[in-house]
Design a protein around this ligand. Structure first.
Ligand code: NAP
Length: 283
């Protein structure tokens, strides 16, 4: 029997990578992929009706407003999507006996660590984005017994890398802003790991980030090195009204993956090389 997947947020960075992979696995999975224009997850009745009519086995919530500044300035919209939208999907999943997967973020942590956060460290988000995603995690946990929450970080897709390389070629210098430290994570690796969870159906909260850590500058330098582009990468002090709220250090330790005996994640440099090769980016 094929598992039926309802993918919410199909056109986003992660949503589109997931949609592509699930289509390739059509013998295993039947896909229903939606965006706001198809089903607005803020509409409780619409979500309930859609879930009841289509009866997915799995719901994946990739819907987000990932612009941190916009979220600070529009807190109600951010909480509505990340918390109430997630609640609506969790309630619908519970009603039809489906498993829900909710995508969360390294921004649920604040910046007082200098070593990687495990799933057992207490979140303490400072941004509206992080707080609203944390609220979504709580709603999912409360309203659907069969749930998995993923926290990932610094996810990149093709567009981000192409834009950076193009800017470096054109201007000879790229400014990566404040030199924060995190774990760059390929959307391909992330979607592959999420797909494995469709089979494992392991309950709880999991960090799924590539291994190792990098500053914004090191990450950009590695992209340009792999693309064979000579350019200067500069980074400076945090800029912008909300910069002080962003975590300076948000490396995730994938402890739950290790202790439940599931996949290990590749090092970020290895995953980046593989991504650029597969997506034919650079030289
Ligand atoms: N990007 C990162 O570095 C990162 C890191 C860690 C975790 N995450 C998490 O991973 C997930 C995916 O992130 P992403 O970067 O792929 O996001 P993204 O590119 O910003 O895409 C977000 C998606 O959400 C959809 N959406 C927005 N409002 C909606 C609504 N009311 N109803 C239904 N769908 C709606 C958007 O559809 P429309 O285009 O139609 O509005 C879009 O397809 C998010 O949960 C994010 O928090 C991201």
């Amino acid at each position: 029997m094929k598992k039926r997947i309802w993918l919410v947020g199909r056109s986003g960075r992660l949503g589109s990578a997931l949609e592509y992979r699930i289509h390739q696995l059509f013998q295993q999975y039947e896909l229903i992929a939606t965006d706001q224009g198809d089903i607005d997850i803020l509409n409780t009745l619409e979500v309930d009706r859609f879930a009841d009519m289509n009866r997915p086995d799995i719901i994946v919530d990739c819907a987000a407003i990932s612009d941190v500044t916009w979220c600070e300035e529009h807190p109600e919209e951010a909480y509505a999507l990340h918390a109430i939208g997630a609640r609506n999907l969790a309630v619908a999943a519970e009603n039809i006996g489906a498993w829900i997967f909710y995508l969360s973020t390294d921004f649920v942590y604040s910046d007082d660590h200098t070593t990687p956060y495990t799933e057992f460290d207490l979140p303490n988000p400072k941004t509206v984005y992080g707080k609203s995603k944390r609220a979504g995690e709580m709603f999912v946990r409360t309203h659907c017994a069969k749930h998995t929450i993923f926290r990932s970080s610094w996810m990149y897709g093709k567009k981000m890398l192409i834009d950076l390389i193009a800017k470096a070629k054109k201007e000879g210098v790229v400014d990566v802003g404040a030199n924060r430290i995190g774990s760059p994570t390929s959307s391909l690796v992330l979607s592959e790991t999420i797909l494995s969870f469709f089979e494992w159906q392991e309950l709880g909260t999991f960090h799924i980030s590539c291994e190792g850590e990098a500053s914004r500058k090191e990450f950009a330098e590695e992209i340009l090195r792999l693309a064979g582009v000579q350019a200067e990468v500069v980074s400076g002090d945090p800029q912008g009204t909300y910069a002080h709220l962003l975590p300076k250090y948000s490396v995730l330790d994938n402890m739950m993956l290790r202790i439940t005996g599931h996949a290990t994640m590749p090092h970020w440099k290895e995953a980046l090389k593989d991504f650029m090769g597969q997506r034919k980016i650079g030289g």
